[in-house]
Design a binder for this molecule. Structure first.
Ligand SMILES: [Zn+2]
Ligand SMILES: [Zn+2]
Length: 359
């Protein structure tokens, strides 16, 4: 069939079915006990604003992959390894994309681990790594906990999950609602998984974990109906201090600003935060800020949550949309200047860099 005609049919179908897909559910049974982000048909939805824009241009982009981010290898750095041998120290190491290795006083945490070459179900198509993992999985001293923000392929990678479990089979995987079934289908025992809804908490090792909202989405299948069948969000990790208030870290996951109310609620409950992990990539052209925060918005979140230190993520590793590779750090530098945030307070580590925390 003529590709132009195909495109027109595709757009028409999208306009018919996607316009304001947000919170509209026909024939829904109203249940006062059902949280607003749980739709009656089993899907999930952002509830912070009532109507999403028509997603035509973003869908079109995925059909015309030219002019995507041009990837090139960034430097991988070494140093500060002594922090991994000091059981009283806390550090975060950027592996790449949204993968951080946090060693919090001898308790090892991986965030959205992806060590694979492709962020894709098939290891020869899809977004390909521009820079190898900053540290290999085998080099990490210990992994006790893995936190997963959502099921997108650049955040939930089957090969990495399997390797982590094979190496540390006492590890706990903390996942959003309906993601446990995916891990179980990969052979991860249910005893190794905790699954939470927004605002639910659980104790794991020395930490109290709370799964918190983020304005985003989820999808692993080809069909549009597979979108939003599992929940998405971020994690707040709290650890009791020897004296004074507990120490808190917020892994934001993949997030857009939305109307800001989710993050205001996080700030009201948890601020001030000791450390926040915030995204600075995949936000150009501006229509992508429907699902991703710009560096400036992440700088605003840093201020809103009174974060003592924020570390950048979700950039420089996989070419997801159309920003240039260097845009994230550059735009963050501009935002820091305008918002009066120091470079070390919202820091952009290099791949492999071990950053001391909670000092
Ligand atoms: Zn995502
Ligand atoms: Zn992502």
């Amino acid at each position: 069939m003529n590709p132009v005609l195909l495109l027109l049919i595709y757009l028409t179908v999208n306009l018919l079915f996607c316009a304001c897909a947000g919170n509209v559910s026909t024939g829904a049974v109203w249940d006062k006990n059902r949280p607003a982000h749980h739709l009656p048909d089993g899907h999930f939805e952002n509830t912070d604003n009532s109507c999403e824009p028509i997603r035509d241009t973003m869908e079109l982009d995925s059909m015309v992959p030219r002019n995507r981010t041009k990837m090139y290898a960034l430097p991988i750095v070494r140093g500060n390894e002594y922090l991994w041998n000091d059981t009283a120290a806390t550090s975060a190491t950027w592996i790449g994309h949204s993968t951080y290795y946090i060693l919090w006083k001898n308790y090892g945490i991986l965030t959205d681990p992806i060590f694979s070459q492709y962020a894709s179900p098939i290891q020869f198509v899809g977004p390909r790594r521009g820079t190898p993992p900053g540290r290999s999985l085998d080099s990490l001293p210990r992994v006790d906990l893995v936190i997963i923000s959502h099921d997108h392929y650049d955040h939930l990678d089957r090969t990495s999950i399997a390797k982590i479990f094979n190496r540390w089979n006492g590890v706990t995987f903390a996942v959003p609602l309906k993601v446990a079934a995916i891990l179980e289908s990969w052979g991860i025992p249910s005893r190794n998984i905790v699954e939470l809804d927004w605002w639910e908490s659980v104790s794991v090792g020395p930490l109290k974990l709370t799964f918190v909202p983020a304005h985003h989405t989820s999808r692993r299948g080809i069909l549009k109906s597979s979108a939003k069948t599992t929940l998405w969000g971020g994690w707040v990790m709290e650890r009791a201090a020897v004296s004074g208030p507990s120490q808190k870290m917020w892994f934001g996951g993949d997030l857009a600003m939305g109307d800001g109310s989710y993050y205001k609620a996080i700030a009201e409950k948890f601020a001030p935060l000791d450390v926040s992990f915030l995204p600075i990539g995949s936000y150009k052209p501006s229509r992508y800020t429907r699902v991703h925060a710009s560096p400036r918005q992440s700088a605003q979140l840093h201020l809103l949550t009174q974060s003592r230190k924020s570390l950048a993520m979700h950039w420089g590793t996989f070419g997801m949309v159309y920003d240039r590779l260097e845009d994230g750090p550059k735009d963050l530098a501009t935002a820091r200047k305008e918002l009066n945030i120091s470079e070390s307070d919202f820091y952009v580590p290099k791949h492999g860099e071990i950053v001391p925390l909670l000092q």
